[in-house]
Design a protein around this ligand. Structure first.
Ligand SMILES: Nc1nc2c(ncn2[C@@H]2O[C@H](COP(=O)(O)OP(=O)(O)O)[C@@H](O)[C@H]2O)c(=O)[nH]1
Ligand SMILES: [Mg+2]
Length: 126
C-alpha cells in the first residue's frame, strides 16, 4: 500500500522544490508555479508514498481541497521569506483537517531534510 501524502502551502513556500528533492535528491533549479496538482511516487525506509504536490496560488488550485480525499497525511509548508503566503498555508491546513480529520499533519519550513517529515508522519500513521 502507498501512503497518500498531500503537500499544502501558499505560493513559493517550497512544495515543488521539496517534492523534487524527495524524488531525485537534487535541488530544483528555476521551479515554475504548479498548476492544479502533480503526483509523484517515492520510496523511503521500505515504504511507498504518493505525494500530491498541490498549487499554492488560489487561481491555480484546481479542485483545491478535493485533492485531500483519501489522504493518509499532510505536509504543510511555511516560509520565512514569504510570510504573506503562510496565511494561505493556514487556510489549506484547515481545509485538509476538515476533509481528513484523522490524518496527521506535519509542518515544515525552509531547507529541512525531506526525510524528516515523512518519518514523523509514519510514526503518527502507524
Ligand atoms: N530559501 C529557500 N528557498 C526555497 C526553498 N524551497 C524552495 N525555495 C525557493 O522558493 C521558490 C518557489 O519554490 P517552489 O518549490 O516552486 O514553491 P511552491 O510554490 O510551494 O511549489 C523558488 O525560487 C525556490 O528556489 C527552501 O527550502 N529554502
Ligand atoms: Mg509548486
Amino acid at each position: 500500500m502507498a501512503y497518500k501524502i498531500v503537500l499544502v502551502g501558499g505560493h513559493a513556500t517550497g512544495k515543488t522544490t521539496f517534492a523534487h528533492m524527495a524524488r531525485t535528491g537534487e535541488l530544483l533549479v528555476d521551479p515554475r508555479p504548479t498548476i492544479g496538482v502533480v503526483v509523484h511516487k517515492i520510496r523511503l525506509d521500505g515504504r511507498e508514498f504518493r505525494i500530491w504536490d498541490t498549487a499554492g496560488m488560489h487561481k491555480l488550485r484546481g479542485i483545491g481541497e478535493g485533492y485531500c480525499v483519501g489522504a493518509h497525511g499532510c505536509i504543510a509548508f511555511y516560509s520565512h521569506e514569504h510570510k504573506e503566503a503562510c496565511a494561505c498555508t493556514d487556510i489549506y491546513v484547515e481545509q485538509f483537517a476538515r476533509m481528513c480529520p484523522h490524518a496527521p499533519i506535519v509542518y515544515v519550513s525552509e531547507r529541512e531534510d525531506w526525510r524528516i517529515p515523512f518519518r514523523a508522519l509514519v510514526e503518527l500513521m502507524e
